[in-house]
Write a new protein. Structure first.
Length: 339
Protein backbone atom coordinates (compact mmCIF):
# COMPACT_ATOMS: atom_id res chain seq x y z
CA UNK A 1 0.00 0.00 0.00
CA UNK A 2 1.38 3.39 -1.02
CA UNK A 3 1.36 5.90 1.82
CA UNK A 4 2.87 9.28 2.63
CA UNK A 5 5.16 9.41 5.68
CA UNK A 6 2.49 11.28 7.68
CA UNK A 7 -0.16 8.71 6.77
CA UNK A 8 2.11 5.86 7.82
CA UNK A 9 3.10 7.51 11.11
CA UNK A 10 -0.57 8.07 11.92
CA UNK A 11 -1.24 4.42 11.12
CA UNK A 12 1.49 3.35 13.54
CA UNK A 13 -0.32 5.26 16.30
CA UNK A 14 -3.55 3.33 15.84
CA UNK A 15 -2.36 -0.18 15.01
CA UNK A 16 -0.79 -2.51 17.56
CA UNK A 17 1.28 -4.57 15.10
CA UNK A 18 4.40 -3.20 13.43
CA UNK A 19 4.52 -4.22 9.74
CA UNK A 20 7.06 -6.94 9.00
CA UNK A 21 8.09 -5.34 5.69
CA UNK A 22 8.31 -1.60 5.02
CA UNK A 23 9.77 0.14 1.97
CA UNK A 24 10.97 3.73 2.49
CA UNK A 25 11.46 5.01 -1.04
CA UNK A 26 12.31 8.55 -2.08
CA UNK A 27 14.98 11.24 -2.03
CA UNK A 28 13.86 13.06 1.13
CA UNK A 29 16.29 11.85 3.79
CA UNK A 30 14.39 13.68 6.54
CA UNK A 31 11.28 11.55 6.04
CA UNK A 32 13.20 8.29 5.58
CA UNK A 33 15.11 8.86 8.81
CA UNK A 34 12.01 10.03 10.68
CA UNK A 35 9.95 6.95 9.80
CA UNK A 36 12.83 4.52 10.41
CA UNK A 37 13.57 6.04 13.82
CA UNK A 38 9.90 5.91 14.84
CA UNK A 39 9.67 2.27 13.79
CA UNK A 40 12.80 1.32 15.72
CA UNK A 41 11.58 3.15 18.83
CA UNK A 42 8.30 1.22 18.71
CA UNK A 43 9.88 -2.16 17.94
CA UNK A 44 12.49 -1.79 20.69
CA UNK A 45 10.43 0.19 23.20
CA UNK A 46 11.61 -2.05 26.07
CA UNK A 47 15.09 -2.83 24.75
CA UNK A 48 18.26 -0.86 25.59
CA UNK A 49 20.08 0.37 22.48
CA UNK A 50 23.08 -1.88 23.14
CA UNK A 51 20.86 -4.96 22.97
CA UNK A 52 18.90 -4.08 19.84
CA UNK A 53 19.28 -6.59 17.01
CA UNK A 54 19.67 -4.27 13.99
CA UNK A 55 21.57 -5.38 10.90
CA UNK A 56 22.48 -2.91 8.15
CA UNK A 57 23.30 -3.62 4.50
CA UNK A 58 24.64 -0.34 3.09
CA UNK A 59 26.75 -1.59 0.18
CA UNK A 60 26.73 -5.24 -0.81
CA UNK A 61 23.70 -7.38 -0.05
CA UNK A 62 24.22 -11.11 0.50
CA UNK A 63 20.66 -12.47 0.34
CA UNK A 64 21.83 -15.70 1.93
CA UNK A 65 23.03 -13.74 4.96
CA UNK A 66 19.80 -11.71 5.00
CA UNK A 67 17.77 -14.93 5.01
CA UNK A 68 19.75 -16.30 7.95
CA UNK A 69 19.38 -13.09 9.97
CA UNK A 70 15.65 -12.77 9.26
CA UNK A 71 14.99 -16.38 10.26
CA UNK A 72 17.18 -16.44 13.39
CA UNK A 73 15.22 -15.93 16.60
CA UNK A 74 16.66 -12.94 18.50
CA UNK A 75 18.43 -13.69 21.79
CA UNK A 76 18.17 -10.37 23.62
CA UNK A 77 15.58 -8.24 21.83
CA UNK A 78 11.96 -8.84 20.93
CA UNK A 79 12.74 -8.64 17.21
CA UNK A 80 15.43 -8.74 14.55
CA UNK A 81 15.51 -5.75 12.22
CA UNK A 82 17.26 -5.89 8.85
CA UNK A 83 17.74 -2.53 7.09
CA UNK A 84 18.74 -2.66 3.41
CA UNK A 85 20.05 0.58 1.91
CA UNK A 86 21.77 -0.87 -1.14
CA UNK A 87 20.20 -0.85 -4.61
CA UNK A 88 22.41 -3.70 -5.83
CA UNK A 89 19.61 -6.26 -5.63
CA UNK A 90 17.78 -4.25 -8.28
CA UNK A 91 20.84 -3.56 -10.42
CA UNK A 92 22.77 -6.84 -10.31
CA UNK A 93 23.78 -8.62 -13.52
CA UNK A 94 21.35 -11.38 -12.58
CA UNK A 95 18.82 -8.96 -11.11
CA UNK A 96 15.75 -10.95 -12.16
CA UNK A 97 16.96 -13.91 -10.14
CA UNK A 98 18.04 -11.70 -7.23
CA UNK A 99 14.74 -9.81 -7.13
CA UNK A 100 12.73 -13.03 -7.25
CA UNK A 101 14.71 -14.43 -4.35
CA UNK A 102 14.33 -11.18 -2.40
CA UNK A 103 10.56 -11.08 -2.92
CA UNK A 104 10.27 -14.71 -1.80
CA UNK A 105 12.24 -13.77 1.33
CA UNK A 106 9.82 -10.91 2.05
CA UNK A 107 6.81 -13.22 1.71
CA UNK A 108 8.16 -15.38 4.52
CA UNK A 109 9.41 -12.87 7.11
CA UNK A 110 8.56 -14.38 10.52
CA UNK A 111 6.74 -12.42 13.22
CA UNK A 112 9.96 -11.89 15.19
CA UNK A 113 11.66 -10.00 12.33
CA UNK A 114 11.18 -6.77 10.38
CA UNK A 115 12.76 -5.86 7.04
CA UNK A 116 13.12 -2.17 6.09
CA UNK A 117 14.08 -1.34 2.52
CA UNK A 118 15.40 2.22 2.34
CA UNK A 119 16.31 3.56 -1.11
CA UNK A 120 16.46 6.86 -3.01
CA UNK A 121 14.34 5.51 -5.84
CA UNK A 122 12.82 2.47 -7.48
CA UNK A 123 11.65 2.18 -11.06
CA UNK A 124 7.87 2.34 -10.88
CA UNK A 125 7.62 0.34 -14.09
CA UNK A 126 9.34 -2.70 -12.59
CA UNK A 127 7.21 -5.65 -11.56
CA UNK A 128 9.06 -5.75 -8.22
CA UNK A 129 8.13 -2.14 -7.42
CA UNK A 130 4.48 -2.77 -8.22
CA UNK A 131 4.49 -5.85 -5.98
CA UNK A 132 6.08 -3.90 -3.13
CA UNK A 133 3.42 -1.20 -3.51
CA UNK A 134 0.63 -3.78 -3.60
CA UNK A 135 1.68 -6.22 -0.87
CA UNK A 136 3.61 -4.13 1.69
CA UNK A 137 3.78 -0.71 3.30
CA UNK A 138 5.40 1.43 0.62
CA UNK A 139 6.20 4.88 1.98
CA UNK A 140 6.89 7.58 -0.60
CA UNK A 141 9.47 9.93 0.94
CA UNK A 142 9.32 12.70 -1.61
CA UNK A 143 11.01 16.12 -1.35
CA UNK A 144 8.82 19.08 -0.45
CA UNK A 145 8.62 22.05 -2.79
CA UNK A 146 8.86 25.46 -1.07
CA UNK A 147 5.33 26.45 -2.10
CA UNK A 148 4.03 23.36 -0.22
CA UNK A 149 6.07 24.06 2.89
CA UNK A 150 3.43 25.80 5.01
CA UNK A 151 1.82 22.62 6.34
CA UNK A 152 5.17 21.03 7.13
CA UNK A 153 6.37 24.12 9.04
CA UNK A 154 3.12 24.30 11.00
CA UNK A 155 3.37 20.61 11.88
CA UNK A 156 7.00 20.88 12.99
CA UNK A 157 6.28 23.91 15.18
CA UNK A 158 3.63 21.90 17.05
CA UNK A 159 6.29 19.32 17.98
CA UNK A 160 7.89 22.15 20.00
CA UNK A 161 4.47 23.22 21.35
CA UNK A 162 4.88 26.43 19.34
CA UNK A 163 3.37 28.05 16.24
CA UNK A 164 4.43 30.51 13.55
CA UNK A 165 2.61 33.71 12.87
CA UNK A 166 1.60 34.32 9.25
CA UNK A 167 4.53 36.54 8.31
CA UNK A 168 7.10 34.17 9.85
CA UNK A 169 6.02 31.32 7.56
CA UNK A 170 5.88 33.68 4.57
CA UNK A 171 9.43 34.79 5.39
CA UNK A 172 10.78 31.22 5.30
CA UNK A 173 8.93 30.54 2.07
CA UNK A 174 10.41 33.72 0.59
CA UNK A 175 13.91 32.55 1.49
CA UNK A 176 13.40 29.18 -0.17
CA UNK A 177 11.28 30.24 -3.15
CA UNK A 178 14.17 30.03 -5.67
CA UNK A 179 15.21 26.46 -4.72
CA UNK A 180 13.58 23.38 -6.22
CA UNK A 181 13.11 21.51 -2.95
CA UNK A 182 13.11 22.62 0.69
CA UNK A 183 16.14 21.38 2.70
CA UNK A 184 14.09 19.78 5.50
CA UNK A 185 17.01 18.46 7.55
CA UNK A 186 18.62 21.90 7.53
CA UNK A 187 15.31 23.54 8.44
CA UNK A 188 14.84 21.24 11.44
CA UNK A 189 18.19 22.39 12.84
CA UNK A 190 17.15 26.01 12.40
CA UNK A 191 13.83 25.35 14.15
CA UNK A 192 15.74 23.88 17.09
CA UNK A 193 17.77 27.11 17.28
CA UNK A 194 14.57 29.12 16.96
CA UNK A 195 13.05 27.24 19.90
CA UNK A 196 16.04 28.10 22.10
CA UNK A 197 16.17 31.71 20.90
CA UNK A 198 12.45 32.43 21.47
CA UNK A 199 12.42 30.89 24.93
CA UNK A 200 8.97 30.64 26.49
CA UNK A 201 7.21 32.58 23.75
CA UNK A 202 4.59 30.37 22.09
CA UNK A 203 4.43 32.27 18.79
CA UNK A 204 7.42 32.61 16.47
CA UNK A 205 7.55 35.85 14.46
CA UNK A 206 9.14 37.08 11.25
CA UNK A 207 11.73 38.94 13.31
CA UNK A 208 12.69 35.67 15.05
CA UNK A 209 13.06 33.92 11.69
CA UNK A 210 15.19 36.70 10.22
CA UNK A 211 17.57 36.62 13.19
CA UNK A 212 17.99 32.85 13.34
CA UNK A 213 17.98 32.00 9.64
CA UNK A 214 20.35 34.79 8.58
CA UNK A 215 23.45 32.56 8.67
CA UNK A 216 22.10 30.07 6.12
CA UNK A 217 23.77 30.39 2.69
CA UNK A 218 20.35 30.23 1.03
CA UNK A 219 19.17 33.13 3.17
CA UNK A 220 22.17 35.39 2.60
CA UNK A 221 21.91 34.68 -1.13
CA UNK A 222 18.19 35.48 -0.88
CA UNK A 223 19.05 38.82 0.78
CA UNK A 224 21.28 39.63 -2.20
CA UNK A 225 18.57 38.66 -4.70
CA UNK A 226 16.03 40.71 -2.78
CA UNK A 227 18.28 43.78 -2.75
CA UNK A 228 18.58 43.40 -6.53
CA UNK A 229 14.80 43.14 -6.89
CA UNK A 230 14.38 46.27 -4.75
CA UNK A 231 16.91 48.00 -7.06
CA UNK A 232 19.21 48.91 -4.17
CA UNK A 233 22.54 48.93 -5.96
CA UNK A 234 24.86 49.82 -3.08
CA UNK A 235 23.34 47.23 -0.76
CA UNK A 236 23.39 44.58 -3.51
CA UNK A 237 27.09 45.16 -4.30
CA UNK A 238 27.96 45.17 -0.59
CA UNK A 239 26.12 41.87 -0.08
CA UNK A 240 27.85 40.40 -3.13
CA UNK A 241 31.23 41.26 -1.61
CA UNK A 242 30.15 39.59 1.63
CA UNK A 243 29.30 36.43 -0.28
CA UNK A 244 32.72 36.53 -1.91
CA UNK A 245 34.41 36.81 1.51
CA UNK A 246 32.37 33.86 2.78
CA UNK A 247 33.31 31.92 -0.37
CA UNK A 248 29.67 31.17 -1.09
CA UNK A 249 29.38 28.76 -3.99
CA UNK A 250 28.85 30.71 -7.20
CA UNK A 251 26.25 28.21 -8.53
CA UNK A 252 24.10 28.92 -5.45
CA UNK A 253 24.31 32.68 -6.05
CA UNK A 254 23.58 32.28 -9.74
CA UNK A 255 20.63 30.04 -8.93
CA UNK A 256 19.11 32.56 -6.54
CA UNK A 257 19.70 35.53 -8.84
CA UNK A 258 18.45 33.69 -11.91
CA UNK A 259 15.30 32.52 -10.14
CA UNK A 260 14.51 36.00 -8.83
CA UNK A 261 15.13 37.77 -12.13
CA UNK A 262 13.15 35.16 -14.08
CA UNK A 263 10.24 35.64 -11.69
CA UNK A 264 10.39 39.42 -12.17
CA UNK A 265 10.45 38.89 -15.93
CA UNK A 266 7.42 36.57 -15.77
CA UNK A 267 5.51 39.25 -13.89
CA UNK A 268 6.59 41.92 -16.39
CA UNK A 269 5.19 39.76 -19.18
CA UNK A 270 1.93 39.35 -17.26
CA UNK A 271 1.67 43.09 -16.73
CA UNK A 272 2.27 43.66 -20.44
CA UNK A 273 -0.75 41.42 -21.05
CA UNK A 274 -2.83 43.64 -18.75
CA UNK A 275 -3.20 41.03 -16.00
CA UNK A 276 -4.25 42.28 -12.58
CA UNK A 277 -2.13 41.70 -9.49
CA UNK A 278 -4.37 38.94 -8.10
CA UNK A 279 -4.45 37.19 -11.48
CA UNK A 280 -0.64 37.24 -11.61
CA UNK A 281 -0.33 35.83 -8.10
CA UNK A 282 -2.74 32.99 -8.90
CA UNK A 283 -1.22 32.24 -12.31
CA UNK A 284 2.35 32.06 -10.97
CA UNK A 285 1.21 30.29 -7.77
CA UNK A 286 2.80 32.85 -5.46
CA UNK A 287 1.91 33.25 -1.81
CA UNK A 288 -0.27 36.34 -1.20
CA UNK A 289 2.35 38.18 0.88
CA UNK A 290 5.30 37.27 -1.36
CA UNK A 291 3.23 37.86 -4.49
CA UNK A 292 2.38 41.47 -3.63
CA UNK A 293 6.03 42.25 -2.90
CA UNK A 294 7.32 40.61 -6.08
CA UNK A 295 4.76 42.37 -8.30
CA UNK A 296 5.85 45.67 -6.78
CA UNK A 297 9.53 44.81 -7.29
CA UNK A 298 9.00 43.87 -10.95
CA UNK A 299 7.88 47.43 -11.69
CA UNK A 300 11.45 48.61 -10.95
CA UNK A 301 12.60 47.14 -14.28
CA UNK A 302 11.88 46.81 -17.95
CA UNK A 303 11.60 43.49 -19.75
CA UNK A 304 14.71 44.37 -21.78
CA UNK A 305 16.85 45.07 -18.71
CA UNK A 306 15.79 41.79 -17.08
CA UNK A 307 16.49 39.78 -20.24
CA UNK A 308 19.92 41.40 -20.55
CA UNK A 309 20.67 40.53 -16.91
CA UNK A 310 19.74 36.88 -17.48
CA UNK A 311 22.05 36.77 -20.49
CA UNK A 312 24.85 38.23 -18.37
CA UNK A 313 24.35 35.64 -15.64
CA UNK A 314 24.28 32.88 -18.24
CA UNK A 315 27.70 34.06 -19.47
CA UNK A 316 28.97 33.80 -15.89
CA UNK A 317 27.59 30.25 -15.65
CA UNK A 318 29.32 29.29 -18.89
CA UNK A 319 32.66 30.46 -17.47
CA UNK A 320 32.53 28.71 -14.10
CA UNK A 321 36.07 27.43 -14.62
CA UNK A 322 37.40 31.02 -14.45
CA UNK A 323 37.53 31.01 -10.64
CA UNK A 324 37.47 34.36 -8.85
CA UNK A 325 36.78 36.25 -12.07
CA UNK A 326 33.18 35.09 -11.60
CA UNK A 327 32.41 37.66 -8.93
CA UNK A 328 33.51 40.70 -10.99
CA UNK A 329 31.35 39.41 -13.87
CA UNK A 330 28.35 39.06 -11.55
CA UNK A 331 28.97 42.57 -10.21
CA UNK A 332 29.23 43.96 -13.72
CA UNK A 333 25.91 42.34 -14.65
CA UNK A 334 24.17 43.67 -11.53
CA UNK A 335 25.48 47.20 -11.98
CA UNK A 336 24.08 47.29 -15.53
CA UNK A 337 20.71 46.09 -14.27
CA UNK A 338 20.51 48.43 -11.28
CA UNK A 339 21.95 51.70 -12.61
Amino acid sequence: MKLTPVEFLNKLKTEADIPRVVALIGEEVFYRDLVRKKMLDLIFSDTPEAEREIHYFDQDVDLGEVEVLVNTYPFFAAKNVVIIKSEKIFKAADKEKQIERFLTLLENVPEYSTVILQLNALDGRQKATKLLQKDYEYIECMPVRPNNLKGWLTEQATTFDRKFDYEAIECIMEYLEPVDFAPLQLLIKELEKLYVYAGDRKVWTRDDVEKIFSALPEVSAFALANAVADKKMLIAIELLQEEKKKKTAVPLLLGMLNAKIRRLLQIQECLRNNMLEQEIIQTLKLGPFLGKITVRQSKNFTERSLRDALMGLNRVAEGLSLGERQYPLIEETLVKLLK
